[in-house]
Design a protein around this ligand. Structure first.
Ligand SMILES: Nc1ncnc2c1ncn2[C@@H]1O[C@H](COP(=O)(O)OP(=O)(O)OP(=O)(O)O)[C@@H](O)[C@H]1O
Ligand SMILES: Nc1ncnc2c1ncn2[C@@H]1O[C@H](COP(=O)(O)OP(=O)(O)OP(=O)(O)O)[C@@H](O)[C@H]1O
Ligand SMILES: [Mg+2]
Ligand SMILES: [Mg+2]
Lengths: 252, 252
């Protein structure tokens, strides 16, 4: 049986994709089978692992053109697969508006894959539109990456509202897996202030593991690798491995 | 007569809002009248200048509930006004889908304001949906902020496609004002690599002014100030002033 976790925050550039790739790779390194589902039309999770999908993407799986298992691609990491996205997904939000059960398209697409993986992570676009609603409806829980910056605090209220709406109307079991502080820079006063605010606001929902700002994390995608394979001893790799262990511990 | 410039890139967190606020403030400091139009439901341009609008926002102006001039708010900076956004805007993308001339809503809302400002900057959300299409349709030109990071290079092709589509079908006069390199860190090899790539791809469309990574830029919004008023001698303030001068020179 698998745990499906959406990684979402409508604020842009907070580390959703970096978390999807590096958390998944760390859990796969601990020999648990993991699937990344990319539902961002930017498809950074796919390309960040060197996967460029021409056809048979999450779009075709959600629309019903291709069975989901035919869209799954192996990464070069054992235990880690990807259900990629590409630019076709851009039209989905408008296309699905008048379709029945439009919020359940992703849940139905993932259903046949659930038994093959212990963890399924869904990388979301920077918005609270229909694609993100699909991810929240399909998931057991949500990881909320929060960049240690001022603007990152602003949208959290709206994100919590949306999660509560989905819990009330579409997915009653939806929980918060945790709030993840990202791009923490120990030298900056602002970073420490944001951490304090987030801990005040979310209490024990904040992961103990904090992801520090680390250039190896932002270099790794240009080599189509998770940071664990790009520089295993870097702060970035160690931070994401600590997060993986914390999540596995919380779920056992 | 005013020049209307959209600030857009669907990649999240690349510095769209920071550019909208700080470029506008720098031009206003040079005593030219400037308006910021915030069409991002996150409304970071509005709140980053301490403006929280309950009603009479860009949403009411686009829908026709309130005349646009009644939605404009003075910032505490002479020569700088804001047409704010708030969360009501989230519904606009779906609401406008079936409406006639849906891409021209913003253009029509800004029309009566054009004669009062020399520059109007439109801060866009991290997507290429209907709100951004409205901005591209209403604008004379586009500033494309590009963060000096690997993922920032990926979406540029799609953004250019969208700009060309709008130019062909909705706004034949749309031009690229320039590509702006943001969060450049002189110590990082990755930063230099991205700058090289962007210059190869865009040639002389790249602004000579580069915005360096500077913590004062990310601290300023928590004080509801542009960086020019928060720390006038910081690298961030000097970089944005240099950009303001470059844009004014290009347009005279
Ligand atoms: N801990 C970190 N240290 C340094 N750089 C980081 C870190 N996490 C992410 N980055 C870099 O910051 C940028 C934004 O991160 P990322 O793309 O993962 O965010 P996102 O939330 O997925 O963005 P979007 O909203 O566009 O989907 C990327 O260039 C990434 O490489
Ligand atoms: N040159 C810079 N140096 C340091 N920090 C910066 C710089 N420019 C922007 N930032 C910070 O980086 C974060 C992202 O910038 P900003 O919010 O302006 O991007 P955006 O493109 O508007 O994001 P979104 O896609 O969510 O609208 C913010 O916290 C901002 O304060
Ligand atoms: Mg992403
Ligand atoms: Mg913004």
């Amino acid at each position: 049986m698998s745990k499906i976790i959406a990684i979402t925050n409508q604020k842009g550039g907070v580390g959703k994709t970096s978390t999807a790739i590096n958390l998944s790779a760390s859990i796969a390194a601990l020999e648990k089978k993991v699937l990344i589902v990319d539902i961002d039309p930017q498809s950074n999770s796919s390309s960040g692992l060197g996967i460029i999908a021409e056809k048979d993407t999450i779009y075709e799986a959600m629309v019903g053109i291709t069975p989901p298992e035919n869209c799954v691609v192996n990464s070069y990491l054992p235990f880690l697969d990807v259900l990629p996205a590409n630019i076709n997904l851009v039209g989905a939000e408008v296309e699905f508006v008048d379709v029945q059960a439009r919020e359940f398209k992703l849940k139905n697409a993932i259903e046949p894959l659930k038994d093959k993986y212990e963890y399924i992570f869904v990388d979301c676009p920077p918005s609270l539109g229909l694609l993100t609603l699909n991810a929240l409806t399909a998931s057991d829980s949500v990881i909320i990456p929060v960049q240690c910056e001022y603007f990152a605090l602003e949208g959290l209220g709206q994100l919590l509202n949306t999660i509560n709406q989905v819990k009330k109307n579409l997915n009653p079991d939806l929980m918060i897996e945790g709030v993840l502080l990202t791009m923490f820079d120990t030298r900056l006063r602002l970073s420490h202030q944001v951490v304090e605010e987030v801990k005040k606001y979310f209490g024990d929902k904040v992961f103990k593991s904090i992801i520090h700002r680390n250039v190896r994390i932002s270099e790794a995608p240009s080599h189509s690798k998770p940071v664990l394979l790009y520089d295993a001893l870097s702060k970035g790799a160690l931070d994401y491995m600590a997060l993986a262990e914390e999540i596995i511990k919380n779920n056992s």
